[in-house]
Design a protein around this ligand. Structure first.
Ligand code: G1P
Length: 296
């Protein structure tokens, strides 16, 4: 699989992080000094993507501004000899990568957001990345793992999954799988946000998907589902009826940055990976009786 395009549905409201998200796009929430969206963008670029499609709305201009180049700021920093800061700005987006912004005019759901990207995707495979899910891959970034896995399996779709506690299943798309081929299993069924009693298991979809364009006609035919929204999960359920869809247990850790605890965990994880913050954070946690280690 040659992956070039990734879709970032970023039109959501982020109500779980109000009041900050009243004016701040949740994708711009800083994990220490790095906006959440940057982690997903880095992961897409590491997997070979050179076209990033943001499905956005009029409240999310900050995302476009962030990925635009700021000549005045760079110029001022250069004049002041602040080269490290200039490098940090230039690392936001490699020169060969372009951003495309598509408007989702009505909040009709994740499935609808992905469908809005169709004219830019055209007839190629593509990734969908939900930036709330901050994934740190172990040996390599998670989307790159998925491209290798989809190529190996010749899969028409591959979706990242992880086990979640039973009481949490109603927050996710839950997959029922059969057999096991390495880290992947063929999906038999998938249900969006089931009640714990109706869930077909505890294998939850996390926010990384690889699709062929064959998902688009199915999305078009998908009626409103859970919450009155057009659900990506329902289109995946239809895809399962016509081709092989795999659930992939990624190698890494996930932080759900759509909620408060997940943001704190992500920050601690990042702080422990960085030379300049590790000692101070370790000392602070030790003083509170908590022992923190580095990610493996
Ligand atoms: C979305 C998907 C859901 C998936 C989840 C992962 O839900 O609809 O299937 O499990 O992302 O984060 P949301 O979190 O947008 O409600």
């Amino acid at each position: 699989m040659r992956l070039r395009k990734a879709v970032f549905p970023v039109a959501g409201l982020g109500t779980r992080l109000l009041p900050a998200t009243k004016v701040l796009a949740k994708e711009m929430l800083p994990i220490i000094d790095t906006p959440l969206i940057q982690f997903a963008v880095d992961e897409a670029v590491a997997a070979g993507c050179d076209t990033l499609v943001f499905v956005t709305n009029r409240y999310k201009h900050a995302i476009a501004d962030y990925f635009d180049r700021s000549f005045e700021l760079e110029h001022g920093l250069l004049k002041a000899g602040k080269n490290a800061q200039v490098d940090a700005l230039r690392r936001i987006l490699p020169a060969h990568v372009r951003c495309v912004f598509v408007t989702q005019r009505e909040p009709l759901g994740l499935g609808h957001a992905v469908l809005c990207a169709r004219p830019v995707i055209g007839d190629e495979p593509f990734a969908v990345m939900l930036p709330d899910d901050l994934l740190f891959g172990r040996a390599q970034p998670v989307l790159a793992q998925m491209v290798a896995e989809a190529t190996r399996l010749q899969a028409s779709a591959l979706v990242a999954v992880e086990r979640v506690p039973r009481e949490d299943v109603s927050r996710y798309g839950i997959a029922d799988v059969e057999g096991q081929d390495g880290a992947s299993s063929r999906m038999r069924r998938v249900v969006e946000k089931p009640a714990p009693a109706d869930a077909p298991g505890d294998l939850a979809i996390v926010g990384r998907y690889l699709f062929e364009p064959s998902i688009f006609p199915l999305l078009e035919a998908t009626a409103a589902g859970v919450g009155g929204e057009i659900q990506l999960t329902d289109a995946i359920a239809a895809l399962i009826q016509q081709s092989d869809v795999y659930a992939y247990r990624f190698d890494g850790v996930r932080h759900d940055c759509g909620n408060r605890a997940g943001v704190v965990q992500a920050m601690l994880d990042v702080a422990m990976q960085s030379e300049d913050t590790r000692a101070a954070v370790t000392a602070f946690c030790a003083a509170r009786g908590v022992q923190l280690g580095k990610r493996d």
